[in-house]
Design a protein around this ligand. Structure first.
Ligand code: ADP
Length: 515
């Protein structure tokens, strides 16, 4: 039996999933690892622990696969290739000779370089950066994190310039370790990850000298950018058994999920409902510059040009508080005991009674980008019950995503025909129906919701001949349920307009002079 091993290195856990040739999950292993919060606004990971947990789950997954196969007639197991998907933007800097990280990795959530980004904005660099990278100038992305590590770690800058240190996002760190580390490890990344660093030019798909100068990054630390689907190296003997396994797929987690949802054609989009929401839309071979403050990013670089172009670009928007709003109902308000309970509570009323919850607990992301917005509950009357608030919470998740959906449609000029969904909260049928109603588009949930790992497996399998092309994969994508929009268009527009009024009331609330 032939399998693909997907390594899914997330923000809180490392996972490994083996998929069979039909895209079905055959074995899973998962381990959490330590989160370090050394100061307010700082978030760090120990890169050595990331590698140790990722390696351990890969071994465990292979052992589970072997155990499951033992005793069956066809017991020979072949891992055809490895695909990697990872938390994005998190920045690792390590010593090429010893393989030791020179400091803890700075995680994407870390805000320590906010002042540096503000200084660059005051120098008028935001426009240049948006044109070249498709991103907004923000501490979220890797460049200022790497600059910080080079400046704040004693001796690091000189050693980096001498070629002794290597930088990578988590994909590069895993690839390097899998392929032998200090003994000939491959130092590489793919364009989907590189497009989140603020250092890659979205149009040339190469590191950009002007950006490197701006962020004071020596070229000598950078990995090579290789296609997302293609054999870039193989595991060193002894790392995952003696037989070498090709590493043939790499993509950042949200792009991998878009690939795993088989959104191959321009105009296809997916939304992931986890802690936050991440919506990505394939815009084809052309990077579309957003006029609505979305991000432009590389989706993936495929093995062939069969979908019109080898490189697919995406528009991306995110909602900070999605499933986390439900967690707040559970933990903050203690209104429900578990997240799934929210569905029955919200369904116990016909509508929210014109109550809106704007979950701007941590400000608002795209398209509003207001760091001073705060959570707001408006429209309360004596008749308001916790059921109305629960319903307003689910509507808020759907309304924020509808805003992203609208911005994407306007930016791309494409009328999207459906929205594919995944993530923990996509199991909520009421939420999915509200989404279809409020975005005015059919919402489609696949049977396999492990789309992130699946996307990495697909990228690897395409490069190694397990699947001949996108059509083979698109065929495997199977629907669980489709939610048709039922709200008439005038009513939908009215709901959105009312929501925008509520958002206006939430904006600009936080002030420096109020504790
Ligand atoms: P992440 O990968 O961000 O940790 P998951 O995809 O595991 O997120 O989804 C977990 C999130 O989804 C949590 O925030 C939880 O509150 C929310 N969630 C889980 N089940 C439901 C449900 N049935 N209805 C609404 N929200 C849910």
């Amino acid at each position: 039996m032939r399998y693909l091993l997907a390594l899914d290195q997330g923000t809180t856990s490392s996972r490994a999933i083996a998929f069979d040739e039909r895209g079905r999950v055959a074995a899973v292993a998962q381990r959490e690892f330590t989160q370090h919060f050394p100061q307010p606004g700082w978030v760090e990971h120990d890169a050595a622990e990331i590698w140790a947990t990722q390696w351990a789950v890969a071994r465990e997954c292979m052992q589970k696969l072997a155990a499951a196969q033992a005793g069956q007639a066809q017991s020979a197991i072949e891992i055809v290739a490895i695909g990697i998907t990872n938390q994005r933007e998190t920045t690792v800097l390590w010593d090429r000779a010893t393989g030791e990280p020179v400091a803890r990795a700075i995680v994407w959530q870390d805000r320590r370089t906010t002042a540096r980004c503000e200084a660059l904005r005051h120098q008028g660099k935001a426009g240049l950066i948006q044109r070249k990278t498709g991103l907004v100038l923000d501490a979220y992305f890797s460049a200022t994190k790497l600059e910080w590590l080079l400046d704040q770690t004693p001796g690091a800058r000189a050693r980096a310039e001498a070629g002794e240190l290597a930088f990578g996002t988590v994909d590069s760190w895993l690839i390097w370790n899998l392929t032998g580390g200090p003994c000939g490890g491959v130092h590489a990344t793919d364009p989907s990850n590189a497009s989140r660093t603020l250092l890659m030019n979205l149009h040339t798909l190469d590191w950009d000298d002007e950006l490197l100068r701006l962020f004071h990054i020596p070229r000598a630390v950078l990995p090579r950018i290789v296609p997302s689907s293609g054999v870039l190296g193989e595991t060193a003997p002894g790392v995952l058994g003696e037989a070498p396994i090709p590493i043939a797929g790499v993509a950042g987690d949200q792009q991998a999920a878009t690939f795993g949802q088989a959104c191959f054609a321009p105009g296809m989009a997916k939304n992931t409902y986890g802690t936050g929401c991440f919506m990505l839309m394939n815009t084809g071979s052309v990077p579309v510059a957003s006029r609505n403050r979305l991000l432009t990013t590389v989706g993936w670089q495929g093995p062939t040009a069969e979908w019109g172009a080898r490189t697919a670009y995406c528009l991306e928007g995110s909602v900070f508080m999605a499933g986390a709003t439900v967690q707040w109902l559970r933990d903050g308000l203690q209104m429900i005991r578990s997240a799934p309970e929210v569905e029955a509570l919200a369904a116990s009323v016909e509508n929210s009674g014109d109550v809106f919850l704007v979950p701007a607990f941590a400000g608002l992301g795209a398209p509003d980008w207001d760091g001073r917005a705060r959570g707001t509950l408006v429209g309360l009357t004596r008749g308001t019950t916790r059921a109305h608030i629960a319903r307003a919470a689910l509507e808020a998740i759907a309304l924020q995503s509808a805003d992203l959906f609208g911005a994407m449609s306007r930016d791309s000029g494409i009328a999207l025909t459906e929205l594919r969904v995944d993530g923990g909260a996509s199991r909520n049928d009421l939420l999915m129906q509200l989404q279809a109603d409020l975005a005015g588009v059919p919402v489609v949930r696949p049977r396999v919701t492990e789309t992130t790992a699946l996307g990495a497996a697909y990228l690897a399998g395409l490069a190694t001949g397990v699947w001949a092309g996108g059509a083979d994969i698109a065929e495997q994508w199977a629907m669980d349920r489709r939610f048709e929009p039922r709200l008439p268009e005038p009513a939908r527009r009215q709901r959105i307009a009312r929501w925008r009024e509520a958002v206006d009331r939430a904006r600009g609330w936080a002030r420096d002079d109020v504790a």
